[in-house]
Ligand binder design. Structure first.
Ligand code: XMP
Length: 506
């Protein structure tokens, strides 16, 4: 009865977040006591099931660091040269850990001015000083430079000002967290270089890392205590080189990021990554798909998570430009019919407007959600604040928008996401996204607090203590446009903006 003309063009109904609500159920769950831990990939779990989108106005290192600290994860965008993306990975991996295993160092002959630039670039307050063979000569920090006049900076060298090896407290390779903490406390120092029996630097432990561990107990970390980070790659051209550079930089998750995960080239790239031992420690995510068939193809190719969403994004025009897509709740539900039996986690990517959409996505079959517009307004997203009519905004654009895909004097790495890498002139591109702005929303921590808080409320209403219980107990009711109108504030003029509701977009 649902078909239009013939069984060949059968048209089932597609539903999205605004079409459904979760039924309230009998509950003795308290919102503050729920556990939102969920699976990002086969091997990685997140305390907070949120992923920031691989978009050049959403995720660079600052966002990825902030996301991982909050228990989520960021996927670094790929609209930049390979070396720059790899450097972003290194920044996240270096940002905190039990121990930095690959610390930035400086040679003894560098001038103080050079050192200052290096510290500024890596956002650190000091560096270990090493000989070319890696042996530790000393350490140089703000403290050593306190009485060095700035007009001497281009003349004096690191060797002239550093605290030499003999006056340093160091720890042996393999030192435990507790022993390191005790040494730092006993000697009242902030940095503890770790050295092997030959005196070569093998790591660096800093007080800041211990403070951060206490400050961000939910943080998503790898086995070495470093923040977990994802990065997007393509499926052709220099993708192999990019993936290799990212792997060498320590990336945890590679996302083969395309607008159509069912494309043969994308599936082949996933297969290659999954079968090469060089990537054996790295999780590979594929996407995007919006059907059971698409999800199954990714699973067969070997992915560690399936990313779902064709056209739901706030800045997407794929559905109108190409007439292709599946409303997101149905897309997630259908893809989950392949993912759940295979035990492969599902990431619901795009289209979330409010915190309530997170629980809807999870009930439909997702394990985590990927967010663009909800995070693009944060302090940690790339780009400056824009002032319009006295209000603060941040720029947000689709990776398939003309701005992201066109070269404008540089190389665009974004066009192949939309399978238009072979298009030479900018005027020949077919955009599948738009460029715009979103209201400035403050720090990511505050935004995530509201999003996760909303999820806690959902879980309370449904009577679920865990994400697994939420999936089991969650039931939808389908609503009409009158129901949607009733759901939002109505018949009042909003006079105060809530931190989790700024009104319905026009
Ligand atoms: P939200 O709704 O969170 O969506 O802003 C973010 C997701 O949208 C996808 N994306 C695009 N899709 N054209 C598209 O069709 C585009 O230009 C575009 N840019 C991003 C992407 O999956 C992202 O995570």
């Amino acid at each position: 009865s649902d078909s239009i003309t013939s069984p060949d063009v059968y048209a089932p109904t597609g539903l999205t977040y605004d079409d459904v609500l979760l039924l309230p159920r009998l509950t003795d769950v308290v919102p503050s006591e729920v556990d939102t831990t969920s699976r990002l990939t086969r091997r990685i779990s997140l305390a907070t099931p949120l992923v920031s989108a691989a978009m050049d106005t959403v995720t660079e290192s600052a966002m990825a660091i902030a996301m991982a600290r909050q228990g989520g994860v960021g996927v670094l965008h790929r609209n930049l040269p390979i070396e720059e993306q790899a450097e972003q990975v290194r920044r996240v991996k270096r940002s905190e850990s039990g121990m930095v295993t690959d610390p930035v160092t400086v040679g003894p002959g560098a001038t103080i001015a050079e050192l200052d630039r290096l510290c500024g670039h890596y956002k650190v307050s000091g560096l270990p000083v090493v000989e070319e063979d890696g042996s530790l000569l000393g350490i140089i920090t703000n403290r050593d430079l306190r009485f060095v006049p700035t007009d001497q900076w281009s003349v004096l060298t690191v060797r002239d000002c550093m605290t030499p090896r003999e006056r340093l407290v160091t720890g042996p390779t393999g030192i435990s967290r507790e022993a390191a903490k005790a040494l730092l406390a006993e000697h009242r120092v902030e940095k503890l270089p770790v050295i092997d029996p030959d005196g070569r630097l093998t790591g660096l432990i800093t007080v800041k890392d211990f403070v951060k561990t206490e400050q961000y107990p939910q943080a998503t970390k790898d086995d070495a205590g470093r923040l977990v980070v994802g990065a997007a790659v393509g499926y052709w051209g220099d993708t192999w080189q990019r993936a290799t550079a990212l792997a060498e930089a320590g990336v945890d998750v590679l996302v083969v990021d395309t607008a159509n995960g069912g494309a043969r080239l994308a599936l082949e790239m996933i297969g290659r990554l999954k079968s090469d031992p060089a990537f054996s420690g790295i999780e590979v995510v594929g996407g995007n798909v919006a059907t059971r068939e698409g999800a199954q193809a990714l699973i067969d190719a070997g992915v560690d998570a399936v990313k779902v969403g064709v056209g739901p994004g706030s800045i997407c025009t794929t559905r109108v430009v190409a007439g292709v897509g599946v409303p997101q709740v149905t897309a997630v539900y259908e893809a989950a019919r392949a993912c759940a039996p295979a035990g492969v986690p599902l990431i619901a990517d795009g289209g979330l407007q409010y915190s309530g959409d997170i629980a809807k996505a999870l009930v439909a079959g997702a394990d985590t959600v990927m967010l663009g517009s909800l995070l693009a307004g944060c302090t940690e997203s790339p780009g400056d604040l824009v002032f319009v009519n006295g209000k603060q905004w941040k720029r947000y654009r689709g990776m398939g928008s003309l701005g992201a895909m066109s070269s404008r004097g540089r190389t665009s790495y974004s066009k192949d996401r939309y399978f238009q890498a072979d298009v030479s002139g900018d005027d020949k591109l077919i955009p599948e996204g738009v460029e715009g702005q979103v209201p400035f929303s403050g720090s990511l921590a505050d935004v995530v607090y509201q999003l996760v808080g909303g999820l806690h409320q959902s879980m309370f209403y449904v009577g679920a203590r865990s994400v697994t219980e939420l999936k089991e107990r969650g039931q939808f009711v389908r609503i009409t446009s009158a129901g949607l109108k009733e759901s939002h504030p109505h018949d009042v003029k909003m006079t105060v903006e809530a931190p989790n509701y700024t009104g319905r977009p026009e």
